[in-house]
Ligand binder design. Structure first.
Ligand code: HAM
Length: 413
């Protein structure tokens, strides 16, 4: 019989990757909550129009990468390729803006993009992200960038580079778009096929094409910073000032434009050189026009998302998830006491392991060693008769007899 395998571009999160995934989840949750963010979970699929209108028809994501299908009710449905559009939809639909001035959400889960799979790039991948709605201050931009940076640092990821840019508002981008078209039109025939098309539909995307000839032609292209209005320039300067204040090293990259159309003003990416071509670990920015586009509301917003698979690739070691204690029981009579004690240890908040099958002492020690525990509690017939257990401390290399009542407190200490 042919074994069915996971679909191309998808991966099981299992064994080592599963521990890393739940570690990242926990760390993200702790940190984001401490900054005042609350959890949001939106559906995995949405009406296709949400992404078409939200992300933009001329983006690679909408043009070529969406998992779109017609459901049994004849609706066009798309598996979410990212989280921002869905969070904005939920925020508007639930009229959260009428309940609070500023909303801060974090989320985590699967996203779907039909891309060519390679290391760090999958068709189903996981993101952890945050969105702040209702705040226009540039200080927020810096605060969110700093939080993302500290999140990665806290996980122990080093050698990160924060790239920032400002893509301005609609007016200045229109101006810049024209300047870029004027600059690139004379060399259009030398650009790659994708960029020839992008020059018509989304010229800013030519700036981050990875093909050498395109890179050569954009090397001295006009800078978007020169097209910013006075107000946009001040916003950008304030973001930089606060990044310095918050201790976040950054590099200005005037060619950074991001792949989704909803951005305005600040955009940024945190990159590493340890992941080859898929070096962007985290990306985001301001999207002050998206709420207008989706719900006719003038509400400013800022956010980011990080790729969990990429973070997992950068994480070498995570704190041990080994049990604290292994309960070894010898002889039928000790079984009940051992099971009850394990239950009590767990109720006291300790990570306790026990084996259901009877084993000899050697077998138990082998198991305890494999589990990497700090303590073993041994309950044999002699101990039962005396109302005690033997507590072995592997770190201190000691062994003592303690009563059943004492043993939990001793380990908990
Ligand atoms: P994005 O840059 O498209 O932004 O994705 C964010 C991160 O998700 C990337 O930096 C990368 O780490 C990861 N990622 C993207 N595609 C894949 C893939 N095919 N395989 C593995 N990882 C991937 C967004 O999605 C925006 N919604 C971020 C945002 C939030 N902007 C404002 N708020």
């Amino acid at each position: 019989m042919k074994l069915i395998k996971a679909v191309r571009g998808t991966k099981d999160i299992i064994e080592g990757t599963a521990s890393k995934y739940s570690y990242i989840h926990r760390e993200a949750e702790d940190l984001f909550k401490s900054y005042g963010y609350s959890f949001i979970k939106t559906p995995i699929f949405e009406e296709t129009d949400l992404f078409k209108r939200g992300i933009g028809e001329a983006t690679d994501v909408v043009e070529k990468e969406m998992y779109t299908f017609i459901d049994k009710g004849d609706r066009s449905i798309t598996l979410r390729p990212e989280g921002t559009a869905s969070v904005v939809r939920a925020y508007l639909e639930n009229k959260i803006y009428a309940k609070e001035e500023v909303s801060k959400f974090y989320y985590l889960g699967s996203m779907f993009r039909y891309e060519r799979p390679q290391a760090g790039r999958q068709r189903e991948f996981n993101q952890v992200g945050v969105e702040v709605l209702g705040e226009s201050s540039p200080v927020l931009d810096a605060e969110v960038i700093a939080m993302g940076y500290h999140f990665l640092e806290k996980l122990g990821i080093t050698d990160l580079e924060v790239n920032i840019n400002s893509v301005g508002g609609q007016e200045s981008r229109k101006k810049y778009r024209q300047a870029l078209i004027d600059y690139l039109m004379p060399v259009k025939e030398e650009l790659c096929e994708d960029c020839k098309r992008r020059l018509e539909t989304n010229p800013l995307r030519v700036l981050d094409c990875k093909i050498d000839t395109c890179k050569k032609h954009t090397a001295n292209a006009p800078s978007i910073i020169d097209s910013l209005s006075e107000e946009e320039r001040t916003h950008y300067e304030t973001v930089k000032k606060y990044l310095t204040l918050f201790g976040v090293p950054y590099v200005e990259n005037p060619k950074l434009v991001r792949g989704l159309d909803y951005y305005s003003s600040t955009v940024y990416e945190i990159v590493t050189n340890k992941l080859g071509a898929q070096g962007t670990v985290l990306g985001g920015g301001r999207y002050d026009n998206l709420l207008k586009q989706l719900g006719d509301k003038e509400i400013p917003a800022f956010g980011f998302a990080a790729g969990i698979e990429r973070i997992m690739m950068l994480l070498d070691e995570i704190p041990s998830e080994n049990p604290d204690v292994y309960v070894a029981w010898l002889g039928e009579k000790a079984e009940e006491t051992a099971m009850k004690l394990t239950n009590d240890l767990r109720k006291a908040g300790l990570k306790a392991a026990v084996d259901f099958g009877a084993r000899g002492m050697k077998g138990h020690m082998k198991k305890a060693d494999k589990l990497g525990v700090n303590y073993v509690i041994i309950i044999g017939e002699d101990e039962l008769n005396k109302g005690v257990v033997v507590l072995k401390d592997f770190n201190a290399r000691t062994q003592e007899e303690v009563t059943l009542e004492e043993v939990i407190n001793k380990i908990a200490k």
